[in-house]
Design a protein around this ligand. Structure first.
Ligand code: GLV
Ligand code: GLV
Length: 326
């Protein structure tokens, strides 16, 4: 009998096809929850799980007593309770590496859109308001040659630094748990404290993973010490930003603008105050969403599941302890 794998939400067709060669795949769309009896029944007999965004915590695991592996179709895994999974001997995996350039492209797009007011002025044209040469009050600010601060210089941060240095002649500051000599040597980046990064950067780009330590990392004080001319970009997770503090900073003109791809609640509710500012570029968590990269992420996530179910060490294992105990 083939092992049973429950798939949820964004698992691309190529990956589903690949999985079906080896497993009995039970697919459920975005929004399925434990009130769905079939979903619960399938979890009861599931050997593996692959999916995007669903919380894999004590509750989820209590419905899936035979689970050996849970594979996240994303690099961030703040939706995983690793401790609970490790305790139950469930392997956890994610999809690092395959999305780095794609996310870095998106971050640059957001930075450029906010600085040059591209989404705001797109609306201006389409609303028929463009009647003279562009008035001063619609001018933007430069990106090139201005200082970029990267908070959380992981693999994606490194690709952002590459673009900033090679393409835009930007001096780069970074703040990270550890120093990265490669970033300093290749792109002239300077390691500094969070305080120095915030006070000196023209663009503050938040890329840190969401963990208990980075929760609301950007709060009132952090926005207040940023330059009034600076733009804040969030490519991390909504949990890392105090959104009330961001709204206040925007209202009081403590920063020039923001570009956000992630929010505390996703999808962001339509009446959210962050949606009322013309100087805030909002995108729907699109960082990795190109056809090629989403296919590659799903395929890597499938590879992780198949390896685990074949008794092999999955390439992107997050909780090594489970493997060592086997
Ligand atoms: C996207 O946000 C990811 O974590 O892959
Ligand atoms: C974390 O998201 C990274 O930069 O790899």
């Amino acid at each position: 009998m083939k092992p049973v794998v429950v798939a949820y939400s964004r698992v691309r067709k190529v990956a589903q096809d690949k999985l079906r060669e080896k497993v009995d795949l039970r697919y459920y769309p975005y929004g399925t929850n434990f009130s769905n009896e079939n979903f619960k029944k399938d979890l009861q007999i599931a050997d593996g799980y692959i999916g995007l965004e669903k919380k894999v915590d004590e509750e989820f695991l209590s419905y899936a007593p035979h689970l050996k592996v849970a594979s996240n179709v994303s690099v961030g895994y703040d939706n995983f309770d690793l401790e609970a999974m490790t305790k139950r001997g469930v392997m956890a995996t994610n999809t690092p590496g395959v999305l780095d350039d794609t996310v870095a492209d998106a971050i640059f797009g957001m930075m450029l859109a906010a600085a040059r007011r591209i989404s705001e002025l797109d609306r201006y044209v389409k609303d028929g308001e463009w009647k003279t040469s562009l008035p001063d009050e619609k001018f933007g600010v430069d990106v090139h040659h201005r200082t970029l601060g990267i908070i959380g210089a992981g693999r994606i941060g490194e690709k952002i630094a590459k673009r900033a240095h090679l393409g835009f002649d930007m001096p780069i500051l970074y703040h990270n748990r550890s120093r990265k000599k490669s970033l300093e040597e290749a792109y002239g980046a300077t390691y500094c404290s969070l305080h120095d990064l915030l006070t000196k950067s023209d663009f503050v780009c938040l890329m840190t993973p969401s963990t208990p330590e980075t929760r609301n990392l950007m709060g009132e004080k952090e926005f207040r010490i940023m330059k009034k001319s600076a733009i804040f970009v969030n490519g991390s997770r909504g949990a890392t930003v105090d959104e009330d503090a961001l709204v206040k900073a925007l209202k009081e003109g403590e920063i020039l603008g923001a570009a956000l791809d992630v929010y505390k609640e996703e999808p962001i509710p339509p009446n959210h105050p962050l949606l009322t500012f013309p100087n805030v570029v909002t995108t729907p968590h699109l960082g990795s969403s190109t056809f090629v990269t989403e296919d590659n992420m799903s395929l890597l996530a499938a590879e992780n599941v198949l390896a685990a179910l074949a008794g092999k060490r999955p390439p992107n294992l997050l909780n090594e302890e489970v493997w060592e105990k086997k």
